[in-house]
Ligand binder design. Structure first.
Ligand code: CP
Length: 326
């Protein structure tokens, strides 16, 4: 499979053009079909992906590792604490050396204040594609799976469809802001009207908001920001509500918790879902804080697509690996 995406990195959501994303998802749907029919699709025989994790994961690790194996290759799980990174291996060593051992380098590096610098620095020295398994700014593979799921449920023509990207309360930990940022960047390109809802302290990064507004203007779609969860849910076709930290406002954990706790009523429950359209889908990248961020009734209800969304991580990632690493 020799393609125009061969050798390309995927670090930011807009690294691939709209047409390239469409190609990725066409391949993802084909791979999903092939897997369901047990058709062979070993496009990456003898290829090896390095999967370097600086942060925990259930879905990302599982889906990348299963995906590369299903493509006939192998995934090498590398936990950063078991490397010599703490003893001096810089991004140059990782890019130069892993780039010579492996056929792709996937990295999860979500540290606050680093942005996507670590990934960019590795990519500068790597001769093979660098794939972003989530950084502080973007979660592009989650967003590809989200778009694939939306197409499955709502069709490919998303004009006049309203997606609500909403903050939700969670008590567990300050979750990264990469998922909402990826969504507001990517969804306007595919025709969705976007409503972003969050309390005043939970803003996204200003540069991401500027880019998202520019994408919405280019695509001719609406892009609104509100501070009321109920207002945001009204007549929505797609409800995507999840927690993220007040990290643009404060990096002090105690202050952050005090700010977050003011908004414990920002939960997705049955009453709120009734404000959306009857056939609205509920999405969440997981993990979710059940009955804090979202009620069991909603996440396990008929409108929830969270398990299809998690499954589509597998197919979307296999498509990108096949197109970039073959
Ligand atoms: N949605 C997601 O990225 O899940 P993990 O953190 O479990 O990988």
């Amino acid at each position: 499979m020799q393609t125009f995406l061969h050798g390309r990195d995927l670090i930011g959501d807009l690294d691939f053009s709209k047409e390239e994303v469409e190609t990725v998802l066409d391949v993802a749907f084909d791979l999903k079909r092939k897997r369901s029919l047990n058709e062979p699709h070993a496009y990456l025989r003898d290829k090896v992906l390095a999967m370097l994790f600086f942060f925990s994961s259930t879905r990302t690790r599982g889906s990348f590792e299963a995906g590369i194996a299903q493509l006939g290759g192998h995934g090498a799980f590398i936990e950063s604490k078991t490397t010599q990174i703490a003893h001096g291996d810089t991004p140059k060593e990782i890019g130069e050396i892993f780039g010579r051992y492996f056929d792709g380098i996937a990295i999860r590096h979500c540290d606050w204040g680093v942005g996507n610098k670590y990934l960019n620095d590795v990519a500068k020295y790597s001769r093979v594609p660098v794939l972003n398994m989530q950084c502080e700014i973007y979660h592009p593979f989650q967003c590809l799976a989200d778009l694939m799921t939306i197409w499955e449920k709502k069709g490919r023509d998303l004009r006049k469809k309203k997606i609500v990207v909403s903050w939700a309360y969670a008590s567990s930990y300050s979750k990264p802001i990469s998922v909402p940022q990826s969504l507001v960047l990517q969804m306007p390109r595919f025709g969705c009207d976007v409503v972003l809802a969050h309390p005043p302290e939970f803003k996204l990064m200003p540069e991401i908001m500027d880019q998202a507004r520019a994408e919405a203007k280019k695509a001719g779609v609406a892009f609104d920001v509100v501070t009321d969860m109920d207002e945001a849910f009204k007549d929505a076709d797609i409800v995507y509500a999840k927690s993220w930290g007040p990290l643009v406002t404060t990096t002090d954990l105690d202050e952050g918790k005090a700010i977050t706790d003011k908004y414990s009523d920002w939960i997705t429950n049955e009453k709120r879902m009734k404000l959306a359209k009857d056939d609205a889908i509920y999405m969440h990248p997981l993990p979710a804080d059940r009955n804090i961020e979202v009620t069991d009734g909603v996440i396990d209800g008929l409108n929830s697509v969270v398990y299809d969304e998690a499954e589509n991580r597998l197919h979307a990632q296999k498509a990108v690996m096949a197109l970039t690493m073959s």
